[in-house]
Write a protein that binds this ligand. Structure first.
Ligand code: PRP
Ligand code: GUN
Length: 185
């Protein structure tokens, strides 16, 4: 864990990429797009913890149709800024069969996490699979996964805030920041 001083320094040196206002507008647009496709499906909405917790908390009240809500938890970045093997921590297996599933995640980076989530959900007998991400990072190569609903396209930098962590801190920020280049380690 970083010291409090180091954590504050990271924010001071970071660059604001999306303000709280820009995020709010984007979430309303995403909610409208999701409603147009899924409002008559009575979907099971799954939040990918922990990163999507803030995004899900803002998006859910804007989905004005019947749904059920559960969460799953996977991690492959742990407290680092580079991804590794995926660790499954929580998975609501029994809730999924025959459901139209909408997965909410904060960020699509290399696409490994959501590709594995989709496989597992379809293996559990979901009727359909959709996903919404607040941010899709432009990594300059093909990804094994494309989201149905995308908020922003981000530059290829490590970002944090609005649920996303940097070395496990700053998930509580109301906006999205990019880590100063060279500070990834
Ligand atoms: O597209 P990928 O390269 O696979 O990365 C995307 C995943 O990385 C983050 O999760 P993380 O592993 O950091 O766990 P967390 O949500 O608990 O922070 C994020 O919430 C996505 O689920
Ligand atoms: N916090 C955070 N988590 C990620 N997971 C994959 N990419 C990122 C990123 O840029 N920031």
């Amino acid at each position: 864990m970083l010291t409090r001083e180091k954590t504050e320094q990271i924010l001071e040196n970071a660059e604001l990429i999306y303000s709280a206002e820009a995020i709010a507008e984007t979430i309303q647009r995403l909610a409208d797009e999701i409603a147009a496709q899924l409002s008559n499906q009575y979907p099971l909405v799954l939040c990918v913890m922990k990163g999507a917790v803030v995004f899900a908390g803002h998006l859910l009240p804007k989905l004005a149709f019947p749904l059920n809500f559960e969460y799953l938890q996977v991690t492959r970045y742990h407290n680092a800024t580079r991804g590794g093997a995926l660790d499954w921590l929580v998975f609501p297996q029994n809730a999924i069969k025959d459901r139209a599933v909408l997965v909410i995640d904060d960020i699509l980076d290399e696409g490994v996490t959501l590709a594995e989530i989709r496989t597992k959900i379809l293996d559990c007998g979901a009727r359909s699979f959709h996903s919404v991400v607040l941010a899709d990072k432009d990594i300059g190569k093909n990804k094994p996964f494309h989201a149905d609903f995308v908020g922003f396209v981000l530059p290829d930098r490590y970002v944090f805030g609005f649920g996303m962590d940097v070395h496990s801190a700053w998930r509580n920020l109301p906006a999205i920041y990019a880590l100063q280049s060279g500070a990834e380690r």
